[in-house]
Write a protein that binds this ligand. Structure first.
Ligand code: GLV
Ligand code: MN
Ligand code: MN
Length: 423
């Protein structure tokens, strides 16, 4: 029994309740539920507000302190015995993709909260406070950039710039957060980015490796890097019935040729490069007008910094060459740049010790998805725990995971948090 409180052999993991954790997921899944069984709970929306309110009510019934910071990150604090000790943080996000699943992000928040409750139920005191956190806007769909709350916490983005950002309907982050507070009021702590001891995030894997290799726990060693670009292609409006093809400056056809022309650059026999165009907007969007403008987004990921730099740096010239072929112009703007981020050696080792002590089958794993941990790792030792998800499917309403796997991850998390909070 490697993970215990000082002078005792009570394990927090023994008090993780599989049923309570599952019921909490099902309660959260009702907030923003979609007809196909997923959730649409976008950042700072009415549904996000309801989810925060629910978490707040559970925290209140345990007597935990709940507060928010200026970008809307929501914290639930279980005190430690040393009032001056820096807290250990654990969490993830409650916002979802527009066609998201029940577990992406929500699991990390609920596993952290379950760990706090398990500690209470076990009567375990820790030297450091342990805090569960729900970071604002991890998904980066309604508002950009993604991992907004954790990025602000770690000082990656200036707060004012984030608060001024707008969704496609013109609502700012500032206004959406003010509106959310009406439904889910929380004490506002004006400071952003307070000192923390360490951070552990639990998450479903969102890929097939754990399921295929029959492992229960993935110990994340690295989160691959990510670069995201806005591509704005400008052509000229013209009548679609009268304008000869060779006189047109068709922004849509130009944009389509860019997407295709980038394929050879991104081609990779090892299938490690991740190149995605996930949003494509055409203006003015009329059947009888040649498109004058296209706005699309490129998401590029790779675990190796040099490759990520080479591929991302190659995008603009290829787009410019394609634009010139049709008399169009193009503006390429990089709006997210996150280098591959190794997890902290100590956090990784403690998670591994915790999994080993619990006799769980585990492997080291690289995260293909981005996570709040990639920003928090800049200010404190950070680790991540992955649990299997059905067929590796995520960012999809059919996303699924078993109550047993979720509870196993929470057990590893709870014991690792106790180790961090008592060292
Ligand atoms: C997070 O959801 C990501 O896009 O990796
Ligand atoms: Mn997530
Ligand atoms: Mn996600």
């Amino acid at each position: 029994m490697a993970v215990t409180t000082r002078g005792s052999n009570i394990r927090a993991s023994d008090h993780i309740s599989e049923d309570r954790l599952w019921q909490r997921h099902m309660a959260m899944a009702k907030l923003g539920a979609t007809p196909r069984g997923g959730v649409n709970r976008q950042a700072l929306s009415a549904e996000d507000a309801q989810a925060r309110k629910l978490l707040g009510s559970w925290a209140a019934s345990r007597g935990y302190d709940v507060f928010t910071d200026p970008i809307g990150n929501l914290y639930v604090k279980r005190p430690g015995t040393d009032a001056s000790a820096k807290p250990v943080l654990s969490g993830s996000h409650l916002d979802s993709q527009p066609t998201g699943g029940k577990f992406d992000g929500t699991y990390g928040v609920l596993a952290a909260f379950e760990a706090l409750e398990a500690l209470d139920d076990a009567g375990i005191k820790t030297k450091r406070p342990i805090m569960a956190v729900a970071w604002t806007n991890e998904e980066g769909n309604r508002f950009q950039p993604g991992c907004m709350g954790s990025g602000a916490f770690a000082g990656v983005y200036p707060l004012e710039q984030l608060l001024s950002g707008k969704d496609p309907q013109g609502t700012s982050v500032r206004d959406a957060f003010a509106e959310l507070l009406k439904t889910a009021p929380a004490r506002l702590e004006p400071r952003l980015g307070f000192p923390i001891d360490s951070y552990i995030e639990a998450h479903i894997e969102q890929g097939p490796i754990l399921e295929n290799t029959k492992n229960e726990i993935g110990i994340v060693t690295l989160i691959q890097g990510m670069r995201r670009f806005y591509i704005d292609v400008f052509g000229e409006e013209a009548h679609s019935g009268t304008t000869p093809l060779k006189l047109r400056k068709d922004a849509l056809k130009s944009a389509c040729s860019m997407v295709t022309a980038l394929e050879p650059l991104m081609a990779d026999p090892t299938d490690t490069v991740r190149y995605t165009v996930g949003r494509f907007e055409i203006y003015p969007g009329s059947p009888s007008t040649v498109p004058s403008k296209v706005h699309f987004l490129i998401d590029l990921r790779h675990p190796d910094i040099a490759t990520l730099e080479r591929l991302g740096d190659g995008i603009a010239s290829i787009c410019e060459a394609e634009a010139a072929k049709r008399g169009c112009t193009v503006k390429v703007t990089e709006y997210t740049t996150v280098a591959p981020m190794p997890m902290g050696a100590e956090a990784v080792a403690l998670v591994r010790d915790s999994a080993k002590a619990l006799g769980m089958k585990h492997i080291d794993i690289i995260s293909g998805a981005g996570h709040d941990a990639m920003h928090v790792a800049k200010v404190a030792p950070a680790g991540m725990i992955f649990v299997p998800c059905w067929k590796g499917i995520s960012h999809n309403e059919t996303e699924d995971a078993t109550a047993k796997d979720l509870a196993n991850g929470a057990r590893v998390l709870a014991d690792a948090l106790v180790s961090l909070a008592n060292r």
